[in-house]
Design a protein around this ligand. Structure first.
Ligand code: DSN
Length: 398
């Protein structure tokens, strides 16, 4: 690369990534093949429209790439193309969710989504997001005592509010979601059921987390978290008389986007093929084992784990209220301080609100940890034990 400034930054970032322990729950390390597709000449091509219906010439090859990506996405999640459609053009998770609402919910309509401070995502209707400005969020959360979903309460809320859509699948919820119960809630209220499986997509693909597909009307996902692809998103939608698939395609293009990023779509296709393998099944299972050990070790060391544990790649630790104080009185650390202390020692996490947090979003009570990235680098249970011990020591240092 001739641009030495950018070249040096890339090389410095590469070194940083190698040096740290990466416990950011939404990050991962992609393969060289994914990087190659992303950095390919495909970035030069304009391809507004969909395969066979483009607004520019020269798209014969690009059409094949997009078709292949769609095929691989459906195959990975064991979906019959006569029952499910997939749109692979959304640039990332937020635009994907925005496209679904744009397609299906009239302005001002109700989105029942988990509040950000309870583990939901901005695009599940939060007021600072476009999704909370054009639509109205009916916010829900977890049970105060158990810190897990209370489906009876959800049902009551849905029956009262009759939202157009119910969104489940979260950003900071470590537990299994009971898709059957969510479907029941949506049916009772006459709502569409959308699952945002961004965090757990790789676990679903690997067969270690229940699949939402038998229950949902729409499933969105980013491709760069546990799924280990490039930064992008997929929107899966059931094909039936309602023709939601056509509405969603139109909302993505021309509704919200112009030309799709074909290099990104090719990289997604590569990642989908990689995930459709026994090797990936083993990976997903190791991600889960690692998270269970990390949670357990931190718990043994005296830290309060939200909901008492994890059924996924993700752990929420209450560092403010949860630390058993040591002889120096240390053990209660606010999320921001915890994240900075860990970063100084080479462990990267993010500060995170915990349900019913008494502190501010900028300096909340906890941290969020995930095992997808370190598992890609080969970490096993014994490594997780060591990481937990290091975290404990760092957080307790006065
Ligand atoms: N920012 C992502 C996460 O970290 O969960 C969600 O968009």
């Amino acid at each position: 690369m001739k641009d030495t400034q950018i070249k040096n930054f890339i090389s410095a970032e590469k070194k940083r990534q190698k040096k740290v322990v990466n416990l950011i729950a939404s990050e991962n390390y992609v393969s060289k093949d994914v990087l190659e597709a992303l950095g390919s000449e495909l970035t030069n091509k304009y391809a507004e429209g969909y395969p066979g219906k483009r607004y520019y010439g020269g798209n014969l090859i690009v059409d094949k790439i997009e078709e292949l990506c769609r095929e691989r996405a459906l195959k990975l999640f064991k979906l019959d193309p006569t029952d499910w459609h997939v749109n692979v053009q959304a640039l990332s998770g937020s635009p994907a969710n925005l496209a679904v609402y744009t397609a299906l919910i009239p302005p001002g309509g109700k989105i029942m989504g988990m509040s950000l401070d309870q583990g939901g995502h901005l695009t599940h209707g939060h007021k600072v997001s476009a999704t909370g400005k054009f639509w109205t969020q009916v916010p829900y959360g977890v049970d105060k005592v158990t810190e897990v979903l209370n489906y009876d309460q959800l049902r009551e809320m849905a029956m009262r509010e009759k939202p157009a859509i119910i969104v489940c699948g979260y950003t900071a919820y470590p537990r299994t979601i009971d898709w059957t119960r969510m479907r029941e809630v949506a049916d009772a209220a006459g709502s569409l059921l959308m699952v945002d499986m961004s965090h757990i997509a790789g676990l679903v693909a690997g067969g270690v987390y229940p699949s939402p597909f038998p229950y949902a009307d729409i499933v969105t996902t980013t491709t760069h978290k546990t799924l280990r692809g490039p930064r992008a998103a997929l929107i899966f939608v059931k094909r039936d008389m309602r023709e939601l698939d056509k509405k969603i395609d139109k909302a993505v293009f021309p509704g919200l986007q112009g030309g799709p990023h074909i290099n990104q779509i090719a990289a997604v296709a590569v990642a989908l093929k990689e995930a459709d393998s026994q090797k990936f099944v083993k990976y997903a299972s190791q991600v889960m084992k690692n998270a269970a050990v990390l949670a357990e070790e931190l718990k043994l060391a005296g830290w309060r784990i939200i909901s008492g544990g994890t059924d996924s790649h993700l752990i929420l630790v209450d560092t403010w209220n949860g630390g058993v104080k040591n002889e120096k009185g240390a053990g209660a650390v606010a999320g921001k301080d915890a994240s900075s202390k860990l970063e100084a020692a080479g462990i990267i996490v993010n500060k995170n609100a915990i349900p019913f947090d008494s502190r501010s979003p900028f300096d909340p009570s906890g941290i969020r940890l995930g095992t997808a990235a370190e598992t890609t680098r080969g970490a096993k249970e014994k490594d997780m034990k060591k990481i937990a011990q290091r975290i404990d020591k760092i957080l307790r240092a006065a």
